[in-house]
Write a new protein. Structure first.
Length: 242
């Protein structure tokens, strides 16, 4: 399904999708997109942000509140960090900024559909996976739940995939490329900027001071790691005493 109020853009996307064998329905506003998803249950939604009646962000917010898990690829002319953070935080799976390459759009569609058809993708936690604990952070893959010092934390699917991967290897450094594989599998078209946005969102949710993280750390020039701040502090004190 393509939700796009610009008729020329919508028709261009339709032609490329149909060329790849997809059946396509186009809707021109946010309320029509919600109604169509509820009644037709598409495999994937290509969603413009700026639309009449309800914008793309509102559409994603409602779909995720209804526990609808279809992949959502957002198209946006907004390029600020806050806009990208908000789209992913609401539950969008990927985004592209306009103007975009139709070939790259098709590549990203293929990636999202492959991941959905793999019944969860490479990093999807399987039922029965052990609960992961890193200090006060607890990740429960079976229940898809996260708590920090006993307080529940709401995570999008992308955030949960990254956090579960990091929690399974505490203190291990994960490169952006490795985390991208956790999110999307192997695909050269997905930007590592997506990982950075998820990391920033996660820090807002699990860190006492997101600008001075103590759990989800950047290893400059390499990637990210998850650590227990109490153990890290103890190690630092031991080194100073030694």
């Amino acid at each position: 399904m393509v939700a796009e109020d610009d008729e020329k853009q919508a028709e261009l996307v339709r032609r490329y999708l149909e060329r790849e064998g997809h059946s396509v329905r186009i809707v021109g506003d946010g309320l029509a997109a919600l109604d169509a998803v509820r009644h037709q249950e598409p495999d994937l939604l290509v969603l413009d942000v700026m639309m009449p009646r309800a914008d793309g962000l509102d559409v994603v917010r409602v779909l995720r509140a209804e526990a609808r898990e279809l992949p959502v690829l957002m198209l946006t002319a907004r390029t600020t960090e806050d806009d990208l953070l908000l789209g992913l935080d609401l539950g969008a799976d990927d985004y592209m900024t306009k103007p975009y390459s139709p070939r790259e759009l098709m590549a990203r569609v293929r990636t999202l559909l492959r991941r959905a058809r793999r019944a969860g993708g490479p990093a999807a936690p399987a039922a029965g996976d052990p609960v992961l604990r890193v200090g006060g952070l607890v990740v429960d893959p079976e229940r898809h739940e996260v708590t920090v010092d006993g307080e529940p934390v709401e995570c999008t699917r992308g955030e949960f995939r990254i956090l579960a991967a990091l929690a399974a290897g505490p203190d291990r450094v994960f490169s952006r490329q490795r985390l991208l594989e956790e999110l999307h599998g192997f695909d050269r078209y997905i930007s590592d900027r997506t990982v950075d946005v998820h990391i920033m969102n996660l820090r807002k949710k699990i860190e006492p001071a997101p600008r001075r993280p103590v759990r989800l750390l950047t290893v400059f020039g390499v990637g990210y790691k998850l650590t227990d701040p109490a153990k890290a502090e103890a190690r630092t004190k031991a080194v100073r005493r030694g």
